[in-house]
Design a protein around this ligand. Structure first.
Ligand code: SAM
Length: 337
């Protein structure tokens, strides 16, 4: 069977005609940051090592999904760079296709020392999470005094061409919303793209409340008071429209308004957890175990069928803020953000 026939037959399509083409691959549930909207100070019960997929297992599953039309791979966690030798995994994933877009989402702490090896292994670009540009506030929000290392990771990545360098900033009410224009200034100064994320009910502690969410519209208004923005639509499909600066300054800003303006209708994402479960939605209440079948000798066709069934059952959208919303049993760091 040629690649095209197989791709058409095995495309990962759900019952609303959305096609899954973007895979987030979690390589660990562990992290050395304790972002207060993500996990408690004491951490979480980590997965036993034997339950975590090996790089070979990740590559085999990813290869099957690539044959089904996945084109974009994001290595994530937990914190992906706490797992030893992630560059080897990137090299193995790159072997699945030169045309794949391969990126990593990291807290940035170990990035400066790993960026060159990751690039040489075939990484295209990085996304770094950073919620404050104020040293003491960064420490309060993450419980790690690590702003300098994160900024250095960003700088080194840009220098090495791991671009566009993106920053993910979760905006919390009464915490860091006063910094959004400063982040926009950073984008202008450096050419980074800063994406502001609405706080989602995916924290392990169950502290989320609607009052903690700063709506994307308010974030844009705050930035707009400092800099005129123009929608920048020359782009791949994104969860939100990125904006450039009207005066031609470099960099961009964007909003990921998962709570106030969910982008479920155009969602093309799929997630593979560190322990080998496939999830068609971040908020899914059900997931498909691929590790068990894989270790029991399942064929590529068996795994394809499981993946197709998982995607086919994807629901129309999440129900955050609605009376019938049910929080998934795994939190963000356990799923893979
Ligand atoms: N450790 C990596 C990092 O820091 O980017 C990857 C995993 S982290 C779970 C992925 C993203 O999820 C980060 O940008 C983080 O800020 C975001 N995140 C975690 N909990 C969240 C929540 N409750 N609401 C919104 N975003 C969240």
């Amino acid at each position: 069977m040629d690649a095209k026939t197989r791709l058409d037959r095995d495309a990962l399509v759900d019952s609303f005609d959305r096609v899954a083409s973007d895979l987030r691959v979690s390589v660990t549930d562990r992290c050395h940051f304790r972002c207060r909207y993500c996990m408690p100070p004491e951490g979480l019960p980590w997965l036993p090592k034997d339950q975590v997929l090996s790089f070979e297992e990740i590559t085999r599953i990813t290869g099957i999904l690539v044959e089904c039309g996945v084109r974009s791979l994001k290595v994530t966690g937990g914190e992906p760079l706490v797992r030893r030798d992630v560059a080897s995994l990137v090299r193995m994933l790159r072997g699945l296709g030169d045309d794949l877009d391969i990126s990593i989402t990291t807290n940035g702490f170990l990035l400066a020392q790993n960026a060159a090896e990751l690039r040489d292994a075939g990484l295209d670009r990085v996304t770094v999470s950073c919620d404050s540009l104020i040293k003491h506030r960064f420490k309060e929000m993450t419980l790690r005094d690590a702003l300098d290392e994160v900024l250095e990771g960003l700088r080194v990545s840009a220098e090495l061409g791991l671009t566009p360098v993106k920053i993910n900033t979760v905006v919390l009410r009464d915490t860091n919303e006063d910094e959004v224009a400063n982040f926009a200034q950073l984008a202008r100064d450096t050419g980074y793209e800063v994406r502001f994320i609405e706080y989602m009910p995916l924290d392990a502690q169950d502290d989320w409340s609607a009052q903690g969410v700063v709506p994307g519209a308010e974030i844009l208004e705050r930035i707009g008071e400092a800099f005129e923005l123009v929608p920048d639509t020359d782009d791949q499909p994104e969860p939100s429209t990125p904006f450039r600066f009207a005066d031609g300054a470099p960099g961009r800003v964007g909003i990921i308004p998962s709570v106030t303006q969910p982008f479920c209708d155009s969602c093309n994402r799929l997630r593979l957890t560190a322990d080998g479960a496939l999830r068609a939605c971040l908020f899914a209440l059900e997931e498909t175990d691929l590790r068990g079948p894989l270790r029991d000798g399942a064929s590529d066709d068996d795994i394809t069928e499981l993946a197709k069934a998982c995607v086919a059952a994807k629901w129309s959208g999440h129900r955050i803020g609605k009376a019938d919303f049910i929080k998934p049993s795994r939190s963000m760091s356990m799923i893979g953000g």
